[in-house]
Write a protein that binds this ligand. Structure first.
Ligand code: ADP
Length: 483
C-alpha cells in the first residue's frame, strides 16, 4: 500500500540498532498488514539474537556517557523530541492508523498523549533529588543518592504503538538510562518513526535502539542478558508471567502493565448523561482494545431503565469503518484472533441467557459492530475475561456491597470506574475497589502526570508522574561516618 506522508522519511522499514538503520543479520523480514483490509503496509527486519546483543552492547556504551550528562542536558533533548513529534502529528497518526487500525482522530490523540510524556519528563529530568538523613548515630550522616538503573529494555504492545513506548523511554532517558525497545511485531512502524525523530532530536547513537522481530528471539535475549538491568513491559498477563520467569535468573527490576477486567459501576444517584458519556469513552476507545476499557458495566436497579436506552441510542450512533474515513468512530480489530475472541464471548453470553439490546452482532472481516448485552450473569466469559472488543455487557445490581463484591471478584486490578454524587459513597467505594486506578464520574484515567498501573495480576510498578521516573533510578545510601 502507499502511505501518503508529508515526510516520507518517517516511514522506516529498517531496524534502528546502535545508531544505524539496518537489516537483520539473518536477512529475514516480517510482513506488517493493515487491519482494515489485510493489505501489506510493508515489512521490517526479523532481528536475530545477535542483532539484539548488538543493541544491548551499544546501549551499555551509550548509557555510561549519558548518565554523566546533567539532567538539564537530558531534558533539552527530550524537549526537542517532544517538539518534533508535535510537528509531525499528522504523519505519525497516518502511520499508526495504517498498522493499527484505530480511527485517525484517536491516532492524533495518541500522538499528542505520547508526546506529553517527553515534555513532562524533560522537566522532571531537572528535578531529580536525593536525600540527607539523620540517623541514630550522632557521628554519622547518610546521603541517599539516586542513580540511573543502567541499560533497560522495553517490550511493548500493539494497542498504543506510540504512547506505550514514550511512557517508558521518556522517564528512562530523563533518568540517565539507555533502552532497547522491542515493539509489537504487529505495529513496528510507529516505533521506528519515533526513533527517526529521536535521532533528529539528538539522542546519542546506541542510547535507544528499536529491534524489530519475533518475540521469542528478541525477548529471550533481552530478558536473559545480565547487562539489561530492568525490563518494562506492557501486554497480556500470560506473557508478563513468562517474562517474570525469564528475568528471574538475572534478578532484573520489573515494571509490568498487564491485563485488566475493568468494572464500571453506576449507582442510582448518578447523572444519566454523564454516566453514559463515561461508559462510551471508556468502552469504545480503540474499538474496545485498551487494558483500561470498561469490560463489565454494573448498573443499579433504580437507574437501569433510564441509562440502558440512553446507552443503546449512543451505541447505535457509532460508525464502524476504515480508520482513515473521517466519519468512522470505531475502526477494525487488530487481527482475526481478536475478532474470534469477541465472537466467542458473545456466543457464550447468549448461550447462557444474555440478550441483545439493539442490533445483534455483525462482523465483516475485522470490523465488528458494537453490541450491548443485557441479562448478563457472573458465570459468563464477558464478565471474567477481558473481551478486548466493542461489546458492552450490562449487569444489574441491587446494593453497593453486591456491586463492589462483583467488581473485586477477579484476579485483575488495573482500572475501575464508578459514577455517583454521594460523597460518603465516593469514599467508601473508592477505598473498597481493589484496582490501581479508579475513575469517579470520569471514564478516562490516563495522564502523563499521574501514576498508571495495576494491583493483583495486573502488574508491578507504575508509569507516569514522579514515580514513573523513580522506577528508572536506583537508591544508594552513602554513609559518612566518624564525624
Ligand atoms: P497483547 O495481548 O496486547 O497482544 P502480548 O502480551 O501478546 O499482548 O504482546 C505484548 C508484547 O509482548 C508484544 O511486543 C509481543 O511481541 C511481546 N511478546 C509476546 N510473547 C512474548 C514472549 N514470549 N517473550 C517476549 N515478548 C513477547
Amino acid at each position: 500500500m502507499t502511505l501518503k506522508l508529508n515526510d516520507p522519511s518517517l516511514f522506516r522499514q529498517a531496524a534502528f540498532i546502535a545508531g544505524q538503520w539496518r537489516e537483520a543479520s539473518g536477512d529475514q523480514r516480517i510482513d506488517v498488514d493493515n487491519p482494515a483490509d489485510g493489505s501489506l503496509v510493508g515489512h521490517v527486519p526479523a532481528c536475530t539474537e545477535q542483532d539484539t546483543k548488538d543493541a544491548i552492547e551499544a546501549a551499555r556504551i551509550a548509557q555510561a556517557a549519558w548518565q554523566r550528562r546533567t539532567g538539564t542536558e537530558r531534558g533539552v533533548v527530550l524537549a526537542e523530541w517532544h517538539r518534533l513529534i508535535l510537528d509531525n502529528v499528522e504523519d505519525l497518526a497516518r502511520i499508526m492508523t495504517a498498522e493499527q487500525g484505530k480511527v485517525l482522530a484517536e491516532a492524533r490523540g495518541e500522538v499528542r498523549y505520547a508526546a506529553s510524556f517527553f515534555k513532562w519528563y524533560a522537566e522532571e529530568a531537572t528535578r531529580s533529588e536525593g536525600q540527607l538523613l539523620t540517623t541514630s548515630d550522632p557521628h554519622r550522616r547518610v546521603l541517599v543518592l539516586k542513580q540511573p538503573v543502567g541499560v533497560t529494555a522495553a517490550i511493548t504492545p500493539w494497542n498504543f504503538p506510540l504512547a506505550m513506548i514514550t511512557r517508558k523511554c521518556g522517564p528512562a532517558i530523563a533518568a540517565g538510562c539507555s533502552m532497547v525497545i522491542k515493539p509489537s511485531e504487529l505495529t513496528p512502524y510507529s516505533a521506528l518513526a519515533l526513533a527517526a525523530l529521536g535521532e533528529r532530536a539528538g539522542i546519542p547513537a546506541g542510547l535507544l535502539s528499536v529491534v524489530t522481530g519475533w518475540p521469542a528471539d528478541v525477548g529471550k535475549v533481552l530478558t536473559e542478558s545480565p547487562v539489561v538491568r530492568k525490563l518494562t513491559f506492557t501486554g497480556s498477563t500470560g506473557v508478563g508471567k513468562i517474562l517474570i520467569r525469564q528475568c528471574a535468573d538475572t534478578v532484573k527490576k520489573l515494571s509490568l502493565e498487564l491485563g485488566g477486567n475493568a468494572p464500571f459501576l453506576v449507582f442510582d444517584d448518578a447523572r444519566v448523561k454523564l454516566a453514559a458519556d463515561g461508559i462510551m469513552q471508556s468502552k469504545f476507545r480503540n474499538a474496545g482494545q485498551t487494558c483500561v476499557c470498561a469490560n463489565r458495566v454494573l448498573i443499579q436497579d433504580g437507574i437501569w431503565d433510564r441509562l440502558v436506552p440512553e446507552l443503546a441510542t449512543r451505541v447505535e450512533s457509532l460508525r464502524v469503518g476504515h480508520g482513515t474515513d473521517p466519519d468512522s468512530t470505531v475502526g477494525p480489530l487488530i487481527n482475526d484472533a481478536a475478532v474470534r475472541k469477541v465472537r466467542e464471548h458473545v456466543e457464550d453470553a447468549l448461550a447462557k441467557g444474555a440478550r441483545y439490546v439493539g442490533a445483534p452482532l455483525r462482523i465483516e472481516g475485522r470490523f465488528v459492530w458494537p453490541v450491548v448485552l443485557e441479562g448478563i450473569t457472573t458465570d459468563m466469559r464477558v464478565v471474567h475475561e477481558e473481551t478486548f472488543g466493542p461489546v458492552l455487557p450490562l449487569l444489574r445490581f441491587k446494593t453497593e456491597e453486591e456491586a463492589v463484591s462483583i467488581a473485586n471478584n477477579t484476579p485483575f486490578g488495573l482500572a475501575s470506574y464508578f459514577f455517583t454524587d454521594d460523597i460518603s459513597r465516593i469514599w467508601r467505594v473508592g477505598e473498597a475497589l481493589e484496582f490501581g486506578m479508579i475513575g469517579q464520574n470520569t471514564g478516562s484515567i490516563s495522564m502523563e502526570s499521574v501514576p498508571f498501573g495495576g494491583v493483583k495480576e495486573s502488574g508491578l510498578g507504575r508509569e507516569g508522574g514522579h514515580v514513573g521516573m523513580e522506577e528508572f533510578l536506583e537508591m544508594k545510601s552513602l554513609h559518612l561516618g566518624g564525624l
